[in-house]
Design a protein around this ligand. Structure first.
Ligand code: FAD
Ligand code: DLZ
Ligand code: SF4
Length: 508
């Protein structure tokens, strides 16, 4: 009997487990652009266009390969509102009762599929390097789930940059070489840009029509939308960007949005690139001597280390993970995150490029927008929804651990052993933002004081009971405690005044 094979918008891989388990001459692939998925958060228009265009091209590729694909376009008259409605509709049309699917990357979708009155077979998503069981086996019984140790297991499992059972270059991690501050200029022109073809243009028109009220510019869409384009971009980046990726991984520049970053997260996450193949190509470039070891190792660690690790945490922690809020932060996300004016240049530039590109790199997400949110005590659920909406690479399994765990410490320290917070000093060291800011990064108090300087101490002071005994934070508390009592009071009063302005909707 015919089975339906559900392929989601982030499952665009020819070797997807659900496709491998199906019979292309008998079974029917179902792909659906639906409002439920397009609106569970107000996705950036470029993200929606990227996913719909890539879905349409993948459907065409499957058809060329001999599959029958029932595809729902979002603007078709018979468009169902949800994935389940699409499946019920196709089940009736084909008299099918069996569904094959690869496990979705979000509890919301996993749980919705369980409600179907059909036989749903969920297969593991084997596009990842670690299985759920492998992660569980690694995590069980450990007091702290530190990424570094998991990463070493992944190096051993994949054999990437290994010399026998030893890491290449004699050490597992070259991170200390990867912290250079912003360079004077960048000699890499950025990601390969693709001119919209007819399929992409049709999608851009409909997204402009239906989603233009969402935060984010649709103009200037340049993402790759099929595997061939994504591979061309990867080759381009390995040749031109990767050699300096490591050195400037943590740097930030107002006018260099991409620096030497790979801009592959979105392609890997939807299935246009395979994570292992990407790492093998990087390893190859290092072997031929074109790329220094700190760049290759640093990149491979992000993929087989961090990417796999956060996925393990998301599935281990369960459906309530994204709602956690151990620091009990309740402030509303201020409108500056949606592009309203701010005098803080670092935030202004990070949000501006987010609006225009649906992209910001890791340190901008962690140490600018994320740092400000946690220091200001913004409700992590709202922060989480913002990140999930605005980045083209955002899917809950990867976004939630990064936001709720790493950035907002809302999981109480499962991912991070201490909060990722800093005063303006760190931002100044790593970026060129502060030079042209209306605030003065060197001012610790007073009318021009950098808000990060005020909020940093405010955070430490209000969370003293939780963090005072954290051995990685003892130094910070010692500095605070040694500060003149009057100065401490001034800092806290000015921080309170700043937060009051934020709450009143004033431009800060
Ligand atoms: P590069 O900087 O060039 O890194 C290479 C690749 O390594 C990335 O493409 C990605 O696949 C992987 N990687 C690097 N860091 C991480 C990480 N911490 N977790 C998982 N993978 C990582 N990444 C997402 O893919 N989706 C998200 O929704 C997402 N949300 C984030 C939210 C916050 C608050 C923070 C701090 C980080 C988030 N990240 C997310 C991780 C990281 O910022 C992005 O993967 C990266 O910026 C993507 O850009 P790139 O492809 O140029 O990556
Ligand atoms: C993100 C997204 C969007 C915007 N639209 C669709 C869609 O219309 N149809 C679809 O199958 N998938 C879409 N996606 C991706 C899903 O939201 C994603 O598969 C789940 O969140 C699980 O990661
Ligand atoms: Fe950001 Fe403060 Fe620097 Fe301004 S001075 S750019 S607010 S860190």
């Amino acid at each position: 009997m015919v089975k339906l094979v559900l392929v989601l918008g982030d499952q665009l891989s020819a070797n997807l487990s659900a496709l491998q388990a199906a019979d292309k001459y008998v079974d029917v692939v179902v792909m659906a652009e639906v409002m439920d998925e397009a609106s569970y958060v107000p996705h950036h228009p470029k993200k929606i266009a990227f996913i719909f265009a890539a879905m349409r091209k993948f459907a065409a590729r499957l058809r060329d390969d001999g599959w029958t694909v029932d595809y729902f376009k979002i603007d078709a008259e018979d468009n169902p509102k949800s994935l389940n409605a699409a499946l019920m509709d196709r089940a009736q049309a084909h008299e099918a009762t069996d569904i094959l699917t690869t496990q979705a990357g979000e509890w919301r979708v996993i749980q919705a599929l369980e409600e179907l009155p059909l036989n749903v077979t969920v297969l593991p998503d084997d596009r990842f390097i670690a299985t759920h069981k492998e992660f569980e086996d690694w995590a069980d019984g450990r007091k702290a789930l530190r990424m570094e140790y998991f990463y070493r297991d992944m190096r051993r499992k994949t054999g990437l940059m290994m010399e026998g059972d030893k890491p290449a270059g004699g050490q597992w991690n070259f991170d200390h070489d990867n912290r250079k501050s912003a360079p004077g200029s960048v000699d890499y022109a950025g990601p390969m840009r693709f001119k919209p073809d007819a399929i992409v243009q049709e999608v851009l028109d409909l997204v402009a029509d239906r989603f233009s009220q969402n935060f984010g510019d649709l103009d200037g869409f340049w993402f790759a939308t099929d595997q061939g384009q994504a591979r061309r971009h990867l080759t381009h980046w390995i040749a031109k960007g990767l050699p300096k990726f490591g050195d400037f991984q943590d740097a930030m520049m107002g006018d260099e949005r991409f620096l030497y970053h790979a801009i592959v997260g979105l392609y890997i996450n939807v299935g246009l690139l395979d994570p292992l193949e990407v790492c093998q190509a990087v390893e190859e470039a290092w072997k031929t001597g074109d790329v220094p070891i700190n760049a290759a190792e640093g990149f491979i660690r992000q993929i087989i280390g961090w990417r796999e690790y956060v996925r393990g945490i998301y599935f281990r922690e369960g459906p309530d993970y994204a709602q956690r809020n151990v620091l009990e932060h309740t402030r509303d996300l201020p409108p500056l995150y949606w592009g309203e004016k701010t005098w803080m240049r670092c935030l202004d530039k990070a949000v501006e490029q987010t609006r225009e590109e649906a992209y910001a790199h890791h340190i901008q997400r962690l140490m600018v927008t994320g740092n400000f949110a946690v220091l200001a005590g913004i409700a992590p659920g709202q922060v989480h929804e913002w990140y999930l909406a605005v980045y083209a690479d955002a899917f809950e399994w990867v976004e939630a651990p990064n936001t709720v765990g790493m950035s907002q410490f809302a999981d109480g320290g499962i991912i991070a052993s201490k909060p990722y917070i800093s005063s303006g000093n760190y931002i100044d060291k790593m970026s060129d933002y502060c030079k042209e800011c209306s605030y003065k990064v060197k001012d610790k108090t007073g009318p021009d004081a950098c808000p990060f300087n005020l909020l940093y101490w405010h955070f430490l002071d209000r969370h003293r009971p939780r963090f005072k005994d954290n051995h990685r934070m003892g130094n910070m508390y010692r500095v605070w405690d040694r500060m003149d009592a009057e100065k401490r009071e001034t800092v806290l009063a000015e921080a309170d005044a700043f937060l009051a302005k934020l709450d009143a909707g004033e431009t800060v």
